[in-house]
Design a protein around this ligand. Structure first.
Ligand code: IMP
Length: 500
């Protein structure tokens, strides 16, 4: 006879937190959000921590090098997507590790043979008006010139005019060199009244651009997550197929942490993958496993050597796994059960394994709930896809802006390795994710700041100054449908004219 779980599977929307006594010094500025990400023994400390409990999903439409840089600068970590060729993924990792604050890799590049029409199209796509002109049109090609909106008049310059006819050529440009510091770059920007300063190497190859508008933003960021050499921290996804080749390439590129990206982590393939990393690299390379939704799955990954365990099947905003296969579990129930198993494991084995709650976080307070239920950090896709820094296109839909967001199990991503069920592989037999839009929300740093201020406020209500204290103190209650309705504005007419 089949086994039946007696409890229904619950989502975050079904829970609320009950306040505890808040001490006078329990105020937002005293709340510490630092959190462990890799396993450690009782009495010791985790060798890798995040400054804020947020990570971005292993997805094409979420975690590229640009978003990874922005998130590490805010104190969290991105896991660069693995549904791309090994060398391209390693290159993204390299770009994050090489990132110098204020120095950005140019994302708008053309060749001298392109036309004004190409310039206008690129500007529309990226929203950036400074375009580097390189010999091969790549971000690291030989720099031949630059085009900004001062170089052409859309009403006068013919759209088929070649870039070489109106660009500012290299001979007339002011550039910085490999050893230029941010301070010096800033002096050049102001001294020459420039908006953008290209940085080139000895062979005139483009390395970075420094923008005047970025200077203040990059001066000082106390939460920034850096390694011992002051380089930004970055993670990367791996799969259970090509790990023998992918892991060495990522390690060589300087990755700080790996995570097996799989919709179902309770498999022998995943066990083999984690063991491979541990046998090859010992403790010097950290690898998380997932996803699981119950005690058995957690114990399997813990015993396989996972440095952290990721929880979540079926709850992702773009996920149709439960609809297609009837597999999954309400995210709250999954986190609660795995947290219990983790605590028992800690008591028995003296080893603490951090937990990551992945997917299904709709409101900021859901993050606070996941953390209260025992997660050490969360992973989000939809949340980060909305920002300027995510890799997808920003489009106008009706009167508002949206960004594209598609699941790794959609035909668009074709990430069959994530849904691997053995056999020959190479194709997704059916889709487990959708191709969608999310409302555009602006820059990452500002949004993350707002989210964190809400999490800190919740923690203060619960009388907790650290996540560890919060785990021990939080009190949760189930909500009825009616009390849930009262959670929002109700029985009033909003000033916008809408009835609630
Ligand atoms: P979100 O934050 O609710 O958008 O969920 C993101 C999470 O959904 C990811 O971290 C993955 O665990 C999961 N995911 C990504 N792509 C797919 C898919 O195509 N189908 C099902 N789950 C997905």
């Amino acid at each position: 006879m089949a086994y039946y779980c007696n409890e229904p599977s619950r989502t975050f929307r079904e829970y609320m937190l009950i306040p505890n006594l808040t001490a006078r010094d329990c105020i937002a500025e005293n709340v510490e959000l630092r959190t462990p990400v890799v396993r450690f023994r009782k009495g010791e400390a985790s060798s890798l921590n995040l400054n804020i409990p947020l990570s971005s999903a292993v997805m094409q439409s979420v975690s590229n090098d640009r978003l990874a840089i922005a998130l590490a600068r805010s104190g969290g970590i991105s896991f660069i997507y693995q549904s791309q060729p090994i060398e391209e993924q390693a290159e993204m990792v390299r770009r994050v590790k090489k990132h110098k604050a204020g120095f950005v890799v140019s994302d708008s590049n053309l060749t001298p043979k392109h036309t004004l029409a190409d310039v206008l199209a690129l500007k529309e796509k990226t929203g950036h008006s400074s375009i580097a002109i390189t010999a091969d049109g790549s971000p690291s090609g030989r720099l031949l010139g630059i085009v900004t909106s001062r170089d052409y008049r859309p009403s006068r310059t013919p759209v088929d005019a070649k870039v070489e006819e109106f660009m500012t050529p290299f001979s007339q440009m002011v550039c910085g060199g490999e050893t230029t510091t941010l301070e010096e770059a800033n002096d050049l920007l102001w001294g020459h009244k420039l908006n953008c300063l290209p940085i080139v190497d000895e062979a005139q190859r483009l390395l970075y651009l420094v923008f005047r508008k970025d200077y203040d933003a990059h001066k000082d960021n106390p939460q920034e997550l850096v390694d011992a050499k002051k380089r930004l921290v970055v993670g990367a996804g791996i799969n259970t197929r090509d790990y023998r080749e992918r892991v060495p390439a990522l390690v060589e590129a300087g990755v700080d942490m790996l995570c097996v990206d799989s919709s179902d982590g309770f498999t022998e393939w995943q066990g083999d993958t984690i063991r491979f990393v541990k046998e090859e690299y010992g403790d010097s390379v950290k690898v998380g496993g997932g996803n699981v939704v119950d005690r058995e799955g957690f114990l399997f990954l813990a015993e396989s050597g996972a440095d952290f365990v990721k929880i979540g099947i079926g709850g992702g905003s773009i996920c149709i796994t439960s609809e297609e296969k009837g597999i999954g579990r309400g995210q709250a129930t999954a986190v609660i059960e795995v947290d219990r198993a983790r605590d028992e494991y800690y008591d028995k084995m003296g080893v603490y394994i951090p937990l990551c709650s992945d997917g299904g976080l709709v409101y900021d307070y859901h993050i606070a709930l996941a953390l209260a239920m025992g997660a050490d950090f969360v992973m989000m896709g939809r949340y980060f896809a909305r920002f300027d820094e995510s890799p997808s296109q920003r489009l106008k839909l009706g009167s508002s802006y949206v960004k594209e967001y598609w699941g790794e199990g959609s035909n668009r991503a074709r990430n069959w390795q994530r849904y691997d069920l053995g056999g020959k592989g190479g194709v997704l037999p059916f889709e487990e994710g959708v191709d969608a839009y999310v409302p555009y929300a602006g820059g990452l740093a500002e949004n993350v700041r707002t989210t964190l201020s809400k999490i800190k406020a919740v923690m203060c209500n619960c009388g907790a100054r650290s996540l560890q204290e919060y785990h021990g103190k939080a009190r949760l209650t189930l909500v009825s449908e009616l009390s849930f309705r009262e959670a929002g504005a109700h029985d009033v007419i909003l000033r916008g004219g809408e009835n609630t």
